[in-house]
Design a protein around this ligand. Structure first.
Ligand SMILES: [Zn+2]
Length: 244
């Protein structure tokens, strides 16, 4: 079983891309190598499938605009893990803000980053390219949900590292995103969840227990990490390969 992790697909005219996005041509090259593609919700945790699953994290607008038409051509099922607090807003994820800040740093860039790092201030707003930073609207999510090949999963509300925030925040973030998906009629059976950042530091026992608690009501049977690098993988840390 391979689970591929993408974030965004953009037109070929883009060069010098942040690693989370790839061009249309590169995306097609990757898809051309796949034949046996399964949907994440169909994973039988006790009898893992062969073949490959396609996942996208965060919920960028370019998923709707660029990736969806291409995946329709190929007829592959795929899952988008939504950061629910960003969908339908102008919020920009901090890594995208930082990239924009460093691309054209103002004189006081050191001061800005230092204050932000110490928690005194937010990173300032810039003119962001919507193709690289904008999130989908809830209307777009609803339209995509009519496509039986598209499934949605949760990815916390504010894209936090569940392993590095206080336990209460971890619970609010995980449950908040799952409840929002439920309210929007997007929960699959079983419900799907992927950990933001998804590295060993970003997932701990408390986060797994939180999912398991939700699972008792809603049957969350497994969840997704963002690395293959586990000393002890389990059903809540299914490895994914980030594709660049
Ligand atoms: Zn993410």
């Amino acid at each position: 079983m391979r689970i591929l992790l993408f974030h965004g697909v953009v037109p070929d005219s883009y060069t010098d891309l942040p690693p989370k996005h790839m061009t249309e041509s590169r995306f097609r090259e990757v898809l051309d190598t796949l034949d046996d593609v399964f949907a994440c919700k169909d994973i039988d945790i006790d009898n893992l499938p062969t073949g490959t699953a396609i996942t996208f994290d965060d919920g960028y607008w370019n998923n709707y605009e660029i990736a969806w038409p291409i995946l329709k051509e190929y007829g592959f099922p795929w899952t988008i893990f939504l950061t629910t607090g960003f969908i339908g807003t102008d919020r920009v994820i901090w890594t995208d803000k930082l990239r924009a800040l460093l691309a054209d740093p103002p004189d006081d860039v050191y001061d800005i980053i230092s204050r932000w790092h110490k928690g005194y201030s937010e990173l300032p707003d810039f003119d962001y390219d919507p193709m690289l930073s904008k999130f989908m609207t809830w209307d777009q999510v609803e339209i995509m949900n009519n496509d039986p090949m598209v499934d949605f999963g949760a990815h916390t509300v504010n894209h936090v590292s569940c392993g590095q925030v206080p336990d209460g925040v971890c619970e609010t973030e995980i449950w908040g995103s799952l409840v929002k998906l439920h309210k929007e009629g997007l929960l699959t059976d079983p419900p799907l969840f992927a950990f933001p950042e998804g590295q060993p530091l970003d997932i701990n026992g408390h986060a797994e227990n939180t999912l398991e608690d939700f699972a008792r009501n809603q049957r969350i049977e497994f969840a997704f990490a963002a690395t293959k690098d586990w000393t002890s993988p389990n059903r809540y840390r299914l490895p994914r390969e980030m594709i660049c």
